[in-house]
Design a protein around this ligand. Structure first.
Ligand code: ZN
Ligand code: ZN
Length: 109
């Protein structure tokens, strides 16, 4: 089975499934503002999916100063992830999981 390596900073944590790496990226890394629309988005695969998927390659190149090989790599990652899971619903699920955990930790203190 394919192995997923977190590419954020120098994290390099390894995961066996897409769900695991996405859960890690949503919960263990800070979320950044999208440079195109300003929305807070999780870093890593979701950021790729958001910028390429919602805004398109031209916006991505303009906002991020991306090269054509950046674009090709991100489109490849996006396609790979989409071939295995439904990103929209996984995103919703993981974000609500994360929000639930934040609520819980607030109630504990
Ligand atoms: Zn990581
Ligand atoms: Zn955006």
């Amino acid at each position: 089975m394919a192995e997923w390596i977190c590419g954020i900073s120098e994290c390099e944590n390894r995961f066996e499934t897409i769900e695991e790496i996405l859960r890690h990226q949503i919960k263990d890394h800070p979320h950044n503002s999208c440079r195109v629309c300003g929305e807070k988005i999780p870093d890593g695969i979701f950021a790729i999916w958001h910028v390429i998927g919602k805004h398109g390659r031209k916006e991505y190149v303009l906002a991020y100063g991306a090269t054509s090989s950046d674009v090709r790599y991100r489109e490849y990652v996006k396609k790979l992830v989409e071939s295995e899971i439904d990103i929209d619903s996984t995103y919703e699920l993981l974000m609500s999981e994360r929000d639930g955990e934040i609520e819980e930790s607030l109630q504990d203190s």
